[in-house]
Design a protein around this ligand. Structure first.
Ligand code: FES
Length: 162
């Protein structure tokens, strides 16, 4: 299963100056960058080490904020690019199509724990907007029919690599 490599995690922490006052932003950015969409134990430990805090304190913060998760929430975490180029080329349509196809709102897992979706910053495929990313795979030039088909294909196991 692909995971965020340590260099990428360090870069996110450094972007916030490894500042303990920015721990919420750090944890949110780490979670959104994580292919599985949660803070794993190794990441919590790294944050604790870099911010010179106890790991238990990091977990207290994760428990306190509903947006933060310490376990995988769904088999497929669908990340919707919400940066301007994608937003203006149909980002809202993507969110609405996912809500319709999955029957849940952003950041909610489906009852079968198969799907969850949320917005993330630019994934570097702006020419293909609107795009979504699942693990390391980007799906671009989306429209409602393509999104419906993608959800169906994922349910049917047509992307075993994801
Ligand atoms: S703005 Fe969506 S991929 Fe860059």
């Amino acid at each position: 299963m692909p995971t965020l490599i340590i260099d990428e995690k360090e870069k996110i922490i450094d972007r916030h100056g490894a500042n303990p006052e920015k721990i919420l932003n750090i944890l949110i950015d780490l979670q959104f960058a994580s292919p599985e969409g949660y803070i794993d134990q190794e990441t919590a430990q790294l944050v604790a080490d870099r911010l010179h805090m106890k790991e238990t304190r990091v977990y207290e913060i994760i428990s306190f904020y509903a947006i933060l998760k310490d376990t995988p929430q769904a088999r497929y975490t669908i990340k919707v690019c919400s940066s301007s180029p994608c937003h203006f080329s149909g980002g809202t349509m993507v969110m609405q199509s996912l809500e319709k196809a999955l029957g849940v709102k952003e950041n909610e897992a489906t009852d079968d724990n198969l799907f969850m979706y949320h917005g993330i910053p630019c994934v570097g495929a702006c020419g293909q907007g609107p795009v979504i990313k699942i693990k390391d795979t980007v799906f671009g030039n989306l429209n409602p029919a393509k999104i419906e088909q993608l959800v169906k294909d994922l349910r049917d196991g047509r992307y075993p690599e994801l």
